[in-house]
Design a protein around this ligand. Sequence first.
Ligand code: MSP
Length: 532
Amino acid sequence: MGDERFYITTPIYYVNDVPHLGHAYTTIAADAISRFHRMRSVDVFFLTGTDEHGQKVAQAAAARELSEQAHCDELHENFRALWERLDISNDAFIRTTDPEHKEQVKAALRKLWDGGWIYEQDYEGWYSVSEEMFVTDDTEIERLKAAGKVEFVKESNYFFKMSAFQDRLVGAIESGELVIQPDSRRNEVLGFLRQPLGDLSISRPKSRLGWGVELPFATDHVCYVWVDALLNYCTALRYLNDGTPADDLYGPFWPADYHLIGKDILTTHSVYWTTILMALELPLPRRIFAHGWWTFEGQKMSKSMGNVVDPNRLIDEFGADALRYFALRQMPFGQDGDFAAAGLVERINSDLANDLGNLASRVLNLVARDGGTFTPGEPTAATQPVIDGFNAAAADFERDFAALGFATALRRLWEALAATNKLIQDTEPWRLCKERDEDPAAGALYDEVMRTSGSILQSLAALLFPVMPGQMSVLWESLGGEGSLADYRYAGDRRFLSVSSAGGVEKGEALFPRIDAKSVPSFTERAEQQSE
Ligand code: MSP
């Protein structure tokens, strides 16, 4: 492990939801960047989990005639199972019903209470169960009333003095102490903070909702689900275990380097969470990155519309690696994008089957047929420009990937791939191979072209491992790479990895078989069945 540390989180997903492409997206991104840093000897802690309290969960459990806990115990497995299928390498999976989490939420609430940051007041207003929030905007209230999606409540509530932190929060964002990305989201938060900030209701009376963490200073109330949920980012590090922060996790890893979130939950993270942290006298997260929203063939994905894209169906059809690549390559992180089956098939066929897969099968076939060994040697003018091009692309890749610019970083690597494919087309190694008995120069060029393209492939396998851990490990092994790629750690800045001449190169199966666009079924099918 290196000296550097990196802590990254995804939102904890509502346990009731059938996991869909949107959830998979955030988790894939967090996984890719975690793997990227681990390969560079950074000590990573990657957290995901499920949000299991609140009225929605209580209602869903009641509808199934199950206890809330039994309902959550069953449903959270949908997320765990999907993360396993997607090769997600999270270090922890937190559930807000974990006793350790609940104890720490109570301890944190107690701290806020003792610090004088919480007061009691009667409250009345319109509450949206689906959003688990009071709605204050009049137009929004009218819209939701018409849709039957809000209920009027009048109750005693405990409030967090969020308003006391408004100026400090603006200062933290403006000074860069708290970075909100992309810039458009930062501006959105600063815009929001131009209005006076209210206080935050942080409790629900048990008479209305019993499913939550009890307030330690008012046991007839439970904690508002968002406060409980946000605290997960600290409790997973055992922030207040036995009343004190744990040395092994909290100490080294907090503050988070990135909270990855979708743009839908920007305010809860940038405003609620940060002010709670201020009241708890904890350092703010370094960065909050709010990515964009996936639509399905132009429409918002929603259960009621039956167009929720089920990642399980995509994995069944194309494999986890292709889905991971598509998710990160298709839409720039931070912007919105549309999911369409045709786009996915096109990406798989052109980028993976064609550009990457064909290069791999050409090189592996030729070398495997030729004794399975690369011949050692130094590059000449015939291949040096391709190597230089690769090194330049790899340097750009490093910079962009680290900044979560996945699509740009990947596009750049594909330029190096194109140059390598061109080298093969121009030199026609299958012809050189036949000529080498009569023509030693042809033999030398053949060896050099194979060695260079094999080395670039092996280097690409390592660079692309965070995105496609499964098939890049296969490629690495086929090329005779040493050990398992999952254990590979870069030594220094060099990204061009020369293939070994120890032999053992194998032809293997096609890495990414071409997809027949006509045979692609509906991706929303299984999600529909599950939500019925
Ligand atoms: N439980 C809260 C989060 C609490 S975090 C302390 C929640 N859960 S959720 O299940 O609704 O997940 C929301 C997250 O899922 C979004 O922020 C985003 O990361 C991801 N996505 C859900 N739908 C999405 C799309 N259609 N497109 C992209 N990502 C979206 O909110």
